[in-house]
Design a protein around this ligand. Structure first.
Ligand code: NDP
Length: 326
């Protein structure tokens, strides 16, 4: 028997989550059984622990879109008992049972070996949010980061915190957009040199082009903020669009693309090919200072998750939560 966070849905469609003991016979099909050590809390986890957001297919459900742990048994040649592994994406924790459990069973294709230089706790301090932040930085690099500050929106959140720390460590000036002015000292400790108030960017686009200000941008917010900041990117610069914390709409004009050659780069972490996953994790181990990562971490256990899920949906989590499932 082992512990897992089980989400159930009643006849009226209301969900409830609680920690339960279940047996191995409840684990889904898969090639690799993993003794999970750590998981984390991402925005999607908030949806899957709570209302579902259309992501969860079947109840009862075990959420947790990522985990790190040790292989217990494997019928796939690539993994053997004792190997340390990380999983993000592939709709684990949404369409498939996830990491809020002491055991998980998944397809070998979905796993990545734990990168050298990271332990399982650090891997989940990074988690899907941090992994995606790295993908965003890599995409910006591939298209060329221009001189001047790189803007990070939703800076005090998970994606934003890790993006800020990586970009600053790579020597870029970082401007963090936050709706929580009280996080300014925290953002500066991660390496941000400029704090931009959310209200400054939250207004609807009035002029399609504004002063060329930012050398690039990692955007976790979307919506009106993304539309607005496109008009502030320097000539030939890029925005990596990661999230929709502020909305899925994009009330923009095409003028920044046409007159300034601005690039809008889509970032998806879920279906990311294996080779690029390995590349991103290696870059994380190299370019994200572990002491800065530690400064983002808030520890938690399985029973904290229902409350943490509600908090992240309200934009109230600072940095990264690491869930010790044992
Ligand atoms: P967090 O909740 O940790 O961070 C989101 C941050 O956005 C908040 O902390 C807040 O930052 C800001 N924010 C929240 N609401 C608003 C709002 N209404 N307007 C403007 N800013 C707002 O979530 P994550 O970092 O885990 O995820 C961020 C986004 O990225 C989510 O939309 C998530 O779904 C998406 N995502 C996408 C992935 C992909 O593969 N493309 C993978 C992982 C995440 P502050 O308080 O500093 O303003």
């Amino acid at each position: 028997m082992f512990n897992a966070l089980i989400v159930e849905k009643d006849d009226e469609g209301k969900t409830s989550a609680s920690v339960r003991q279940i047996g191995e016979d409840r684990l889904p099909e898969g090639d690799v059984t993993v003794a999970v050590e750590y998981s984390t809390v991402n925005y999607k986890d908030g949806l899957c622990v709570g209302p579902g957001g259309g992501l969860v297919r079947n109840y009862p459900h075990v959420p947790g879109i990522d985990f790190a742990g040790t292989v217990e048994a494997s019928s796939d040649d690539r993994y053997k008992a004792g190997d340390k592994v990380v999983l993000t994406g592939w709709r684990v924790g949404e369409a498939h049972w996830g990491g809020y459990s002491q055991k998980a069973r998944v397809k070998a294709d979905w796993l990545v070996p734990l990168p050298d230089g990271l332990d399982t706790r650090q891997a989940m301090a990074v988690g899907t949010a941090g992994f995606t932040a790295m993908l965003a930085v890599m995409a910006l690099e591939d298209h060329g980061i221009k001189d001047g500050p790189v803007l990070v929106t939703g800076a005090a959140g998970g994606v934003g915190s890790v993006a800020t720390a990586i970009l600053a460590n790579l020597g870029h000036e970082v401007a963090g957009v936050t709706g929580r002015p009280e996080t300014a000292d925290y953002l500066k400790s991660l390496g941000a040199t400029q704090i931009v108030a959310r209200e400054e960017l939250n207004e609807t686009v009035k002029r399609p082009l504004e002063a060329e200000t930012w050398g690039g941008c990692v955007d976790a917010v979307g919506g009106e903020m993304l539309a607005r900041l496109l008009g502030q990117i320097k000539y030939g610069g890029s925005v990596a669009a990661v999230g929709l914390a502020g909305g899925a709409g994009l009330p923009a004009t095409v003028i920044p693309f046409l007159l300034r050659g601005v690039n809008l780069l889509g970032i998806d972490s879920v279906m990311q090919p294996y080779d690029n996953r390995v590349r991103a994790w290696a870059r994380i181990a190299k370019d994200l200072p572990m002491d800065t990562l530690e400064a983002m971490v808030q520890p938690a256990v399985l029973s904290d998750l229902p409350a943490l899920g509600r908090d992240i949906l309200k934009g109230q989590i600072k940095g990264r939560v690491v869930v010790d499932v044992n």
